[in-house]
Design a protein around this ligand. Structure first.
Ligand SMILES: O=C(O)CCC(=O)C(=O)O
Length: 275
């Protein structure tokens, strides 16, 4: 137990449970890690499914184009190829953190798979922000749940973060990046949660094996999605489900005045109370 000096008028943050502890880390550092969310053999299933989707997307789009657009090793719309990936969106351990940060009406901005090949450059291996804006926000607008499907180590290329960088609109100096970047080393099955405004990058994989991950980004529902999931899934999944809401099917702008002027607000394609 630490002992702290007390100062008149200087309050200490009150933290009463594990989630509040994590949320304090998120606020101060921009990220926190939850270990053991996924376990073997489920992780092995995930690896096989990611590899299978990667092979399909590689065959469909070709190495040349994927390299050219910086998408080599990047899997998108995995649920189109295997419905298993729908199950991760509202995962019971992940969702409470999404609800506590961006809110229970959050929508999925993207779900991507990342295969970091050994000794091959990856487009995500340069520092970037996933929600790259030149402002900060008093509330979290966009939040990542980043699943480590393989062990994240120095050798496999664990993700690097720049703690606290989500709180500044200005990009840090090269010297600051160099001195303060922290590489995350965490076992397969962990989820790294982070504010999408934090500067981060993939590591360099020299392990001789693939390092796989799944990135799920959730935003407040008025923010556009990376790909139009409502157009993809309208009429294909039950509208009255949490999954439909999270895919953005409850927050579609009316397409015309007729769709807006319905005889009851509950019939709007952008439902009431979504934020
Ligand atoms: O693969 C990694 O470790 C980082 C991936 C990443 O930066 C991203 O998906 O935005």
């Amino acid at each position: 137990m630490q002992d702290y000096q007390a100062y008149v008028g200087l309050e200490q943050k009150s933290v009463n449970n594990r989630m509040e502890q994590h949320l304090e880390e998120l606020e101060r550092d921009g990220y926190f890690i939850l270990e053991g969310v996924f376990k073997e053999p489920a992780l092995e299933v995930m690896r096989q499914k990611l590899d299978a989707v990667w092979e399909l997307q590689l065959a469909e789009y070709g190495e040349e184009l994927l390299e050219q657009i910086g998408d080599y090793g990047q899997l998108r719309c995995m649920m189109e190829y295997d419905p298993f990936f729908f199950e991760l969106i509202n995962h019971p351990t992940i969702w409470p953190y999404v609800a506590a940060t961006v809110g229970d009406t959050a929508i999925l901005h993207l779900q991507n798979g990342i295969v970091l090949f050994s000794d091959r450059p990856h487009n995500q291996a340069r520092y970037h922000k996933d929600f790259a804006k030149n402002f900060t926000s008093s509330k979290i607008l966009s939040f990542n749940a980043f699943i480590a499907v393989d062990n994240f180590t120095e050798i496999t290329g664990g993700t690097w973060v720049l703690p606290g960088s989500h709180r500044f609109s200005e990009m840090p100096s090269p010297a600051y990046f160099e001195k303060h970047g922290v590489q995350i080393k965490t076992p397969a099955g962990s989820v790294i949660f982070f504010d999408s405004m934090i500067w981060h990058k993939g590591g360099v994989n020299t392990s001789g094996k693939r390092r796989r991950a799944i990135n799920q980004i959730y935003t407040r529902p008025f923010i556009k999605q990376q790909i139009d999931y409502p157009a993809m899934y309208k009429g294909k999944i039950d509208m009255e489900t949490k999954l439909a809401q999270t895919l953005g099917l409850w927050t579609i702008p009316p397409k015309n005045l007729g769709e807006y002027r319905v005889d009851h607000p509950s019939k709007r394609t952008y439902r009431g109370g979504q934020g």
